[in-house]
Design a binder for this molecule. Sequence first.
Ligand code: AMP
Ligand code: MN
Ligand code: MN
Length: 315
Amino acid sequence: MNKLIELIEKSKNIAITGHVSPDGDCTGSTLGLYNYITENYKDKQVRVCLEKPSMKFSYMNGFELISENPFMEADLVVSLDASDRERLGSRGVLLDIAKESLCIDHHITNTDFAKFNIVEDFRSSTCELLYTLLEKEKVSVNTAICLYTGIVHDSGVFKYQSTTKETMDIAGELIAKGFDFTKIIDDTYFKKDFNASKLLGLVLTNAKLEFEGKCCYGVLDFDTWSKYISDKKKMDGIIDNLRNINGVEIALFMYETEKNEYKVSLRSINKNVSTIAAALGGGGHIRAAGATVYGNADEILKDKILPMIEKELNG
Ligand code: AMP
Ligand code: MN
Ligand code: MN
């Protein structure tokens, strides 16, 4: 019996959490585990404690029960898809409240911050790793829908190098449960609102190339993006368009979240951007990483980020 099942069996009151700004993998793994426990262990009290994810994920069972408030007792907290305690935001306090804590994650920068940690950085997604810890025959279609969503999102629809035969085998077992996977991929990964598409066009129009075309970057200040969209999550995917330009090895996208506070996203073809993100106080994976930085965007770019990118390109 693995640690997850062992801890679930001996806990009555279970809190499930994940990182701030939950993405498909975080939302899918937390709700996937929620469905698995509520369906197979009727005597357990389970809650998902998370920042509200994008409404595009509202088809997942249990979505409307997600609550941001961490201040409730728990025998066990399971953290999914978060590399360190800070990434849990105010939910980090659950690690102090709960009697036991378990972290399940796939980030190379994971700090083993819980009492028990199952971290496999070769996994495409936390959802893939979570599936390997569950009893296959007890995975319902509701759980499968959640886990499949996470695998699709974090593997870039089975395209990133983290995708393995096992990723595909697991995805195959999940779709065998029977659901409309085409709709999930289209609605949550590819489709964009009209205004979000226009904003993408604006970023591409103003994007700059550096280092002989090996780096492409775009920057948006708050006033610019908020004229097009109200929800910053609608900028997900812009970074992939910068990365997909011929010749680009490292892409960078920065948008202002508050006055002099910027969310930075980094993507690469083969270079390591996780060390750049870590040096900026963030983290992530070798080819997809991020951070939050403070100050003037031009200065941060010129003095900090671009020199690190140049070094990585020449390294
Ligand atoms: P993003 O660019 O936000 O899509 O993030 C890419 C990857 O980097 C994801 O796996 C995130 O979990 C990770 N990441 C993003 N921002 C941070 C941060 N501030 N600290 C640690 N990891 C981050
Ligand atoms: Mn994530
Ligand atoms: Mn993930």
